[in-house]
Design a binder for this molecule. Sequence first.
Ligand SMILES: Nc1nc2c(ncn2[C@@H]2O[C@H](COP(=O)(O)OP(=O)(O)OP(=O)(O)O)[C@@H](O)[C@H]2O)c(=O)[nH]1
Length: 303
Amino acid sequence: MNNTITQYKINYTPDDFACGACVTDANRIIIYVNSYFTNELQWQPEVLLGKNVDTVFTKSSKIFFQSYLIPTLLHEKKCEEMQLLIMNGKGERLPVTVNAHIGSDHCIYWSFFNASKRDLLYEELLKTRSVLEAQAEQLKQLAATDELTQLLNRREMKVRSTLMLEQAARSHQIVSLLMLDIDFFKIINDTYGHMKGDDILKELGAKLNSECRKTDLVARIGGEEFLIMLPDTNQENTLLFCQKLHALVATIKVENTPITISIGVSIADEKMSFAALYAQADKAVYQAKEQGRNRTEFFQAVK
Ligand SMILES: Nc1nc2c(ncn2[C@@H]2O[C@H](COP(=O)(O)OP(=O)(O)OP(=O)(O)O)[C@@H](O)[C@H]2O)c(=O)[nH]1
């Protein structure tokens, strides 16, 4: 036996590959290991020589080794890129990629590539992917949100409203669009300053958001103008909702004076584009301003 080992030792020099190289006889008894086993895996050759190659595997890898790797090797004469765990000479676990083939001399030639760096790299990749996904989500959120009120912005409102209108038309549901405009907001700005104006906009945004359902769309589309789209809501229920909004807005005060809003409503009871519905709500809010403000007007088609 010793003679055989010596003979293989001579045959396989030089042995400074960047991986563990090992030769076993047909019974998987180790007859040669290269210096990588000593230098990197901290196995002394004399501990391994004469032992079954499965000595180096962890318990679970031994099972895989016996039940899959060996049958594959015997059947195919080679097995490639098997991911297994080995123990180093100090008893520490190490992921390795194992390749083996049966030579014409019936010996089995094994290579063990250290895969711990690959596993680390893989972990890094997974972490980076989660960070990128979170950032993409944040960007999407930012692009869709009005910075001051955190409500939807004009562009996002247009996209989602269009979708809501299409869905409603398919299921023959009524949708109403409310345009809200704060009354005499310029006076608030001019009297109390732009910062106070911003606070009012924020407070109103938060209150509208808490009053609406999750399925409603609420947006600030610019200046002191807001839009709310209510799915599956007819004229009667929309009017009740608007009354609630007027009461809600009255809780926002500037120097003890409640602010007021004018609301213009348009109703889509058949297939309608967002642009057409928006134009009608705009006309209705103009009517509400004309008729004294602090009120709700529904769009009326001129006959
Ligand atoms: N604080 C603040 N003010 C804004 C913002 N965007 C627009 N405004 C102001 O909103 C005011 C809107 O004024 P107007 O369009 O004359 O409307 P109004 O004073 O509310 O009058 P009515 O709508 O006719 O009742 C202007 O003073 C704008 O400068 C904003 O983001 N923050």
